[in-house]
Design a protein around this ligand. Structure first.
Ligand code: SAM
Length: 374
C-alpha cells in the first residue's frame, strides 16, 4: 500500500472514532485536520449531515441579525471596525431603530433576533436591558440573542434577567499564544474564557466560535479549538473563514478557505450533535455557494441581515461582505430559494437547541463502551 493510501486509512479510522466517541485527543484532531483529503472531507460531511438530520431534520433556522453599532473600543488586529481604523464609518442604531428592525423581522417570519455590536460604551446595561425587554414584550414568542463582547458578570446577569436568553461571544482561538498575536495587550485570552464561563453561569445559551484560516493559525491551533468545543459544549458555535480587511494590520493575509471551514463545521457537528451551527455570512462572502456548502457540511442556521440598508455597509468587519444592499425580505426570499434548491427549508421558529437528553452532555465511559447512539 502506498504512503498516501496508508495515511488515508489512518484518517478514515479517526473519522470512525470521532463518530463513535464524539471525542479525539489533541494529536488526533490535528492529524484529522492536517491530513485531510477530498475523500475524507466527503465522508466526514456525509456523517455530519446524517447526525444533523437525526437531530434537526432538514429544517434550517433563521436568525435576524441586527447590527446595532460599528463603534468599538477594542482593537482586534483582524477586524475592520477596530478602534484604530480611523477611516471606518461609525454609526449606532437608537433603541427605537433596533426595536423597529425586530418588528420588521417579525413580519417576515423571524422568531429570533440577534442584536450585535462592537464594544460600544453607549450600550450600557440600562440601554441594552431596555431594548431586550421591549422586544420581548412586543414579541413574547421570540428569542433575543445578544453579542456585545466582554462584560462583567453583573452585566450578564442583568441582561439575562431582562429576557435575553442567548449570548454569542466567539472565543476566537483556543490557543493563548495565537490569541495574543491577534489582539492588543489590553485584551486577554483568560478574560475571554472567564466571560464564556460567566455567561453560562448567568443562564445563557452560549455561542462560542472561531475563525478558520486566520494569520499564523496552524492545524495544531484548530485542534485546540476543536478540543475546546468538545469540552465546553457551547449551544451555538460561529465558525467562519478569516477574510482580510484592507485597513487592518492583517490586510495582506489571504482569506481562509471554504474547503477547510466546511471541514471544520463537519467535525463540530459530529462532536456536539445538537449544536446550533450557522453557515455564516463570511462563508457566503468567500464563495457564492458558501452558505449552501456550509449546510451540506452539517450547519443548520443562517443569519440574514435585518439592519437598515443605509448602515449595512458600515458594519464593515472584512472586505466584500455580502448582503449589504439587499432589502431584508429579498434577502430572506433568496436564501429560502437557495436552501430549497439543496433540499432544506427555512422555518418560522425560535430555533432552540434540541433537547439535551440524548445529545448535549458528556457520555460516560460506560455509555461509550456500550456505544450509546447520538
Ligand atoms: N463585539 C462582539 C464580539 O466581540 O463578540 C460582536 C462583534 S465582533 C465584530 C463579531 C465577530 O466578527 C468576531 O467574533 C470575529 O470572529 C468576526 N470577525 C471580525 N473580523 C473578521 C474578519 N476579518 N474575518 C472574519 N471574521 C471576522
Amino acid at each position: 500500500m502506498c504512503g498516501k493510501q496508508h495515511t488515508e486509512l489512518g484518517v478514515e479510522r479517526l473519522v470512525e472514532k470521532l463518530c463513535r466517541k464524539c471525542s479525539l485527543s489533541l494529536t488526533e484532531y490535528e492529524l484529522l485536520v492536517a491530513q485531510r483529503t477530498p475523500k475524507i472531507a466527503q465522508q466526514l460531511a456525509a456523517r455530519a449531515v446524517e447526525v444533523r438530520k437525526r437531530v434537526y431534520g432538514t429544517k434550517v433556522f433563521t436568525r435576524g441579525l441586527i447590527e446595532a453599532s460599528s463603534y468599538c473600543k477594542n482593537d482586534c488586529l483582524y477586524c475592520g471596525i477596530r478602534r484604530s481604523n480611523c477611516a471606518a464609518r461609525r454609526y449606532r442604531l437608537s433603541p427605537d431603530e433596533i426595536v423597529e428592525c425586530a418588528n420588521n423581522g417579525y413580519e417576515l417570519g423571524f422568531r429570533t433576533f440577534v442584536v450585535q455590536g462592537g464594544e460600544d460604551p453607549f450600550f450600557t446595561d440600562d440601554v441594552l436591558c431596555g431594548v431586550v425587554s421591549r422586544i420581548r414584550e412586543a414579541h413574547p414568542d421570540c428569542a433575543v440573542t445578544l453579542s456585545f463582547g466582554e462584560r462583567s458578570p453583573q452585566s450578564y446577569a442583568r441582561l439575562r434577567a431582562a429576557g435575553a436568553e442567548r449570548y454569542l461571544l466567539r472565543h476566537e482561538t483556543a490557543s493563548p499564544e495565537l490569541y495574543a498575536r491577534w489582539h492588543p495587550s489590553s485584551m486577554s485570552f483568560d478574560n475571554r474564557m472567564r466571560c464564556l464561563g460567566e455567561l453560562r453561569a448567568a443562564g445563557f445559551a452560549v455561542g462560542a466560535g472561531f475563525m478558520v484560516g486566520a494569520p499564523f493559525q496552524t492545524a495544531a491551533d484548530l485542534a485546540r479549538d476543536l478540543k475546546f468545543i468538545e469540552l465546553f459544549r457551547p449551544e451555538m458555535c460561529g465558525i467562519g473563514p478569516f477574510i482580510p480587511h484592507h485597513a487592518t494590520p492583517f490586510a495582506s493575509y489571504p482569506s481562509g478557505s471554504v474547503e477547510l471551514t466546511c471541514y471544520v463545521l463537519s467535525i463540530v457537528r459530529i462532536v456536539v450533535p445538537n449544536v446550533l451551527l450557522p453557515a455564516t455570512t463570511a462563508l457566503g462572502t468567500i464563495d457564492a455557494r458558501g452558505r449552501e456548502l456550509g449546510i451540506l457540511s452539517g450547519a443548520n442556521v443562517v443569519m440574514p441581515n435585518l439592519s437598515p440598508v443605509a448602515h449595512r455597509k458600515d458594519y464593515d468587519l472584512y472586505d466584500n461582505k455580502i448582503c449589504t444592499g439587499e432589502e431584508v425580505a429579498e434577502c430572506r426570499g433568496r436564501l429560502g430559494a437557495r436552501m430549497l434548491s439543496i433540499g432544506y427549508q427555512l422555518v418560522v421558529d425560535r430555533g432552540d437547541v434540541a433537547p439535551l437528553s440524548q445529545t448535549n452532555r458528556f457520555e460516560t465511559r460506560e455509555e461509550q463502551r456500550h456505544g450509546r447512539s447520538i
